[in-house]
Design a protein around this ligand. Structure first.
Ligand SMILES: [Zn+2]
Length: 105
């Protein structure tokens, strides 16, 4: 079974999101990083293929991060995208790609 996110906490002063998975892994992902990996069509165009990091044009703050069922988080960023949906799998992949994933020892 894939690890599920059991806690997602915003840290507005640091502009980052702290995630905890049920296998004990944690990651702190900055809003800028999340915006850069937003998987939505508006941010990506319709080219498909692998999602790569696109640096945001300005610093991102998060107006809202709301759960979407057991699937992921819907984000409303100011300075960036207001319709991103990040699956928990995708958040885990971003954390892994960026060496932000801290596994329990
Ligand atoms: Zn987007």
């Amino acid at each position: 079974m894939r690890p599920a996110v059991i806690e997602a906490r915003r840290t507005p002063e640091a502009r980052l999101l702290r995630l905890t998975w049920d296998d004990g892994a944690v990651a702190e992902l900055s809003y800028d990083l999340l915006q850069g990996y937003c998987p939505c069509a508006g941010c990506r165009g319709h080219s498909g293929g692998e999602i790569t990091y696109l640096p945001p044009k300005q610093p991102i703050t998060a107006l809202s991060l709301a759960p979407v069922g057991n699937y992921g988080l819907a984000t409303i960023f100011t300075g960036g995208c207001n319709s991103g949906i990040f699956s928990f799998d995708w958040l885990r992949e971003i954390a892994t790609k960026e060496n932000k994933l801290v596994l329990p020892s």
